[in-house]
Each structure stands twice: as structure tokens, then as C-alpha cells.
Design a protein around this ligand. Structure first.
Ligand code: ADP
Length: 574
């Protein structure tokens, strides 16, 4: 038991530190909304008192001070005090409460999603401000889970935490009402309440439709995020972090539009249930007036029951949610902290263009697990020449590329661009000089044209045609049903390996890179596709520096310089 309370206390402390302190203005807004809700509840209860007074003594010779107050107000605005007025006021206050609840619900949903937005984009920004190493350390599933489950849990628990605090006050407010029991009236009221709430079944249908849309936009949002995270290396290499964050933000806003409608509709049903139940009670009162039951007190009992029972359920539920919050919050926070500790360097001189060469001087590199993948390598990549790196799988070729792009940081040694050490250069401006065609190129699930425009939005028609020609894409695109507007499928799966490779090559040259890196561009291709890539490279090599990683003896013959690497060491240069 002691352990349970200690755990509970720890949860509260963590929530205070990580959520409330960090989001104080949100917290205050939410609390004010809930206080406002409490106020409408008090009014709806107070308006019950004149009715009770009337049934106790319909001459109202000695009513309570609350009834006197209501009568004074009615006199002031020129309305006759009587049972009809009292009942109408009671119904009015309850409808007011429902409307107020709807507004509050909108406010709460807005606040909840502001928090989700903040947590989500804080996470995405931190991820993309950190080095590739951060992505390498975690599976994409871990990231998706953060978005899919943990952030949702955190924000709903944040709401529950505030609700829980205000719930106890509300609960007591309701219990002020007198409490008596009558079986017959309860049954009549329940029966009437069911009849009155049946029209909400229609709302249920609309909610169902919206719910479907809600799932779809939610899924689209998650797919977008998942795609972005899977393409992280590509995004970093092409400096597309900002664009990708924007694309996800747009998908999120689409989802927000639908989900707000959907959730408001769901809550309307809950909120309007209560005034309609009150209407049922009022009818029961009139019916009981004829059968001479003790109506005033019964109304209060039924009212209290209607109001407090769902509250008790909510109280239990929110406490359960609070239990789930701590692990989610810890998981979220630890990833954010790690991404901050692996922040990408964003200082240094802006880099314009390579004038002569890039040189690796005594470069060594160790992976996180201690494995030394590159050992004392010396390499030179000359401007407008083809430099090839060959070696068996696992020899360290891709690691050399990551070092070249500044995606990995050397353990020792230096990389110079012309005479500048890349440690002193702004990485984003440095990477703008490169384009990559990887072994298994990543294409987005949009048209071929949009995949090319991803690199350069305002690509002019002549340049576009030139890139398609250089990459040998023209013929196969002409045969596609929607030509360049053809959607390529997830990861470009609707294209063949060779076509994917060539679209990726076209995309790489759209931005007119100074250095084109090709990582095993022909490894999974048939002879014909291989020949097409070979032809493209010959054309492109006239005006671009090319770095080629390959086993392919035919392609390697194109190279001006070949480095052979074995177990992380350069073993042969020619
Ligand atoms: P290649 O591109 O020549 O196939 P890599 O550069 O991918 O080789 O890998 C070189 C060596 O480094 C391999 O032995 C590989 O197992 C190891 N390696 C690659 N990535 C990692 C990593 N993230 N953590 C630990 N070792 C790695």
C-alpha cells in the first residue's frame, strides 16, 4: 500500500516537472475551463431549489433564501414566479450547462491537440537536429510508437490529471443536494430518458462516418511520419529537414480538422444526455404531482444520481490513465534527451563550391559498439573526375561515404575540402554540394515528377527533360499510362529495380550537384539496365565529380582513380 502511494507521488512529481511546469499556460487554461464548468453545475443545482420549495408549500410562504433570490430576479425582469417558470429555469440552466460543456470540450480538445502538436514537433525537430547516429541507434518502430501511442497517452493523461483534481470539487457540489429514494419514479424517469435520448442514434451515424474519416487522416499522418523517419538519411543528405517537417505539419492539420469535429460530436451525445434526463425527471415530477408522491426530494435524488454516477466512473478511469503515464513520459523524455546530446553541429563557415578536391587524411572511425570500420585511410577525390572505391561487402565503403558527408564523425584524422577542414564548415551548406544514388533508392509514394521536384520545386522544363535524358528515363516514362505523373507506389515499388535506380539518378542530378555519389548503382540490375546506367554515367561524368562505389568491373573502368578497401584499410590505389 505504502509502495502504491509512493509510486503515485513519483508520478505526480514527474508530471509536474515534465508537463505542468513546461506547459504552465496550457495547464492554467484547462483548469479555468474546468472551474467554469463547476460554476454552471452549481447554477443548475440551485435552480432545483425553488421547485423543491414549491412542492413543499405551493403558496411559498416561507421559502429558502435561494428561492427568494430567484423570485427577486424574476420580478426584476418582469416574469411571473411559479412552477412553470421554476421548471423552465431549471431546464434552461441544464441546457446552458450542456452548451457550456460543448464549448469547454472544444477548448479542451484544442488544448489537448496543442499539447500533442508541441510534443510531436518538439520530438521531430529534435530528431532532425541530431546526427544520423541518433537514427542509427533506434529502430523506426521505436519512433513510430512514440507518435502512435506514447504522445497520445501523455496528452490524454495530462488532461486527466487536471480533470481528476477538479473532479473531487464537482463531486462534492452534487452531493449537497438532498438524498431520498423512490423506486417507481426512478424507473419512470429512466424509461423516459431512454426515449428522449434515442434521437442521438442519428448523431451516432454521423459520428460513425466522421470516425472513419478520422481513422483515415490519422493513418495518413502516421504514414507520413513513418515515411519521413525511414527516409531520414536521404532527408539529411539533401538538407530537406524543414520541408519534411512542413509536409508532416500539413498532414497533421488535415487530421486535426476531422478529429476535432469527430470528438466534439461524440461529446455532444454525452453532454445532452443530462438535460434530456432532467426533462424526463420534470415530466416524472408532474406525473408524480398527480399521484401525490414526494416529488421535490425525489427529483434531487435522481438528479444527483444522473450527475454523480458517470463522474465516479471518470474518476476511476483517470486514475488508471495516470498509472500509464509515467512510462510513456520517461520513454519520450529519454529519447529527447538523447537527441539533444547528439545534436548536429550547425556552426562554421558557409561553404560555396569545391574548386579542386576533397581529401581524407589519416581517417579512422569506430562504431558505437567499438568496431573499427575505417583504419587510417588516405583518399583524394578530384574535381570533375570519377573516383571509384571497390571492396567486398562489409569492407567499409558505405562508412567512408558517411564520413565524406559528415554524417559520421571520424575518430581521428581530418577531411579537407580544398584547403578547409570540414570541421570548420557549416555542414548544411557543405552537403548542398552532394547528391546520392544509393543501392536501394528511396522514392516517395507520389508521382515521378513530384519525386524529382522534392529536390528542386521550381525545376524548369528544359532542365527536367535534360535530367530525364541523362538518366535514360525518357523511354520507360513514355510507356507508362500516366507518363511522368505516374505514382510510383510505396518506396517506388511500382517501378522495376532499374527504373527506380534511373529515377533516383535523375533526381540526383536535378539539383545540379557538384559531387554525385553512387553507391553500388548496378548491384541489383540486369545487363540491360546496367548498360543504361553505364551510358548515363558516361554522359554525366563530363561535368560532375563522381564518387562511385562498385563491384562492377565494367563500370569501374570508367573511373579515373580506383581505391580498393579491405577490412577498413586502403590496400590498393591506381
Ligand atoms: P560496405 O559498405 O563495404 O559493405 P560498411 O561500411 O557498411 O561496409 O560496413 C563496414 C563494417 O562496419 C562492417 O563490418 C559492418 O558490419 C560494420 N558496421 C556497419 N554499420 C555498423 C553499425 N551501425 N554499427 C556497428 N558496425 C557497423
Amino acid at each position: 500500500m505504502k509502495n502504491f502511494f509512493l509510486k503515485q507521488l513519483e508520478s505526480y512529481k514527474l508530471i509536474y516537472r515534465e508537463l505542468i511546469k513546461e506547459n504552465l499556460s496550457l495547464f492554467i487554461q484547462l483548469f479555468l475551463f474546468l472551474l467554469l464548468e463547476g460554476l454552471t453545475i452549481v447554477f443548475s443545482i440551485l435552480s432545483l431549489v425553488p421547485i423543491a420549495d414549491f412542492f413543499a408549500d405551493n403558496t411559498l410562504s416561507d421559502p429558502s433564501y435561494i428561492t427568494k433570490f430567484f423570485i427577486k430576479v424574476y420580478d426584476f425582469i418582469g416574469i411571473d414566479s411559479g412552477i412553470v417558470t421554476f421548471l423552465l429555469a431549471f431546464i434552461f440552466f441544464n441546457f446552458l450547462k450542456a452548451i457550456n460543456n460543448t464549448i469547454i470540450s472544444y477548448g479542451i480538445i484544442k488544448i489537448k491537440y496543442t499539447l500533442i502538436k508541441k510534443l510531436t514537433f518538439n520530438f521531430l525537430k529534435n530528431c532532425f537536429n541530431s546526427r544520423w547516429l541518433f537514427f542509427q541507434r533506434h529502430s523506426s518502430g521505436r519512433f513510430i510508437n512514440i507518435y502512435n501511442n506514447e504522445i497520445g497517452k501523455i496528452s490524454s493523461s495530462f488532461y486527466d490529471f487536471v480533470t481528476q483534481s477538479s473532479m473531487s470539487i464537482k463531486f462534492l457540489t452534487y452531493l449537497v443536494t438532498p438524498f431520498f429514494l423512490n423506486f417507481q419514479i426512478t424507473i419512470t424517469t429512466l424509461f423516459l430518458a431512454i426515449i428522449f435520448t434515442s434521437p442521438f442514434l442519428v448523431l451516432g451515424k454521423i459520428a460513425n462516418k466522421l470516425g472513419y474519416k478520422n481513422t483515415l487522416t490519422g493513418k495518413n499522418f502516421l504514414t507520413g511520419i513513418s515515411e519521413t523517419l525511414q527516409a531520414a538519411k536521404l532527408i539529411i543528405s539533401y538538407n530537406k529537414q524543414k520541408d519534411e517537417i512542413q509536409r508532416n505539419q500539413d498532414l497533421f492539420l488535415q487530421h486535426l480538422k476531422v478529429t476535432t469535429k469527430f470528438q466534439i460530436l461524440s461529446s455532444i451525445t454525452t453532454f445532452f444526455y443530462q438535460p434530456l434526463a432532467i426533462l424526463a425527471i420534470s415530466i416524472s415530477l408532474i406525473y408524480s404531482l398527480k399521484t401525490q408522491s414526494n416529488i421535490a426530494e425525489l427529483a434531487a435524488v435522481l438528479y444527483s444520481l444522473v450527475a454523480t454516477l458517470p463522474m465516479l466512473g471518470g474518476f476511476v478511469q483517470s486514475n488508471l490513465n495516470l498509472q500509464n503515464l509515467t512510462p510513456s513520459l520517461i520513454m519520450y523524455k529519454s529519447l529527447i534527451d538523447e537527441s539533444k546530446s547528439l545534436k548536429e553541429r550547425n556552426s562554421g563557415n558557409k561553404f560555396d563550391k569545391i574548386t579542386s578536391q576533397i581529401e581524407f587524411k589519416n581517417i579512422s572511425f569506430k562504431y558505437d559498439n567499438g568496431f573499427k570500420a575505417v583504419k587510417n585511410c588516405n583518399l583524394v577525390f578530384k574535381k570533375n573526375m570519377i573516383t571509384a572505391i571497390s571492396g567486398k561487402s562489409g569492407s567499409g565503403k558505405s562508412t567512408l561515404l558517411d564520413l565524406l558527408l559528415g554524417i559520421q564523425i571520424p575518430l581521428s584524422g581530418n577531411i579537407f575540402v580544398d584547403s578547409q577542414n570540414i570541421n570548420n564548415i557549416d555542414l548544411a551548406s557543405y552537403r548542398n554540394n552532394f547528391s546520392i544514388v544509393s543501392q536501394d533508392p528511396y522514392l516517395f509514394n507520389v508521382s515521378i515528377l513530384d519525386n524529382l521536384k522534392w529536390v528542386k520545386k521550381d525545376i524548369d522544363e528544359n532542365h527536367l527533360q535534360e535530367c530525364l535524358r541523362l538518366a535514360n528515363c525518357e523511354d520507360f516514362i513514355a510507356k507508362l499510362p500516366n507518363k511522368i505523373e505516374t505514382i510510383v507506389g510505396e518506396r517506388g515499388m511500382k517501378l522495376s529495380g532499374g527504373q527506380r535506380q534511373r529515377v533516383s539518378l535523375a533526381r540526383a542530378i536535378v539539383g545540379k550537384p557538384q559531387v554525385l555519389i553512387l553507391d553500388e548503382p548496378t548491384s541489383s540490375l540486369d545487363k540491360e539496365s546496367e548498360q543504361l546506367i553505364f551510358d548515363s554515367l558516361k554522359k554525366i561524368s563530363n561535368f560532375t565529380t563522381i564518387i562511385l562505389i562498385t563491384h562492377d568491373s565494367k563500370i569501374i573502368n570508367l573511373a579515373d582513380k580506383i581505391y580498393s578497401i579491405k577490412d577498413g584499410e586502403i590496400v590498393d590505389k591506381n
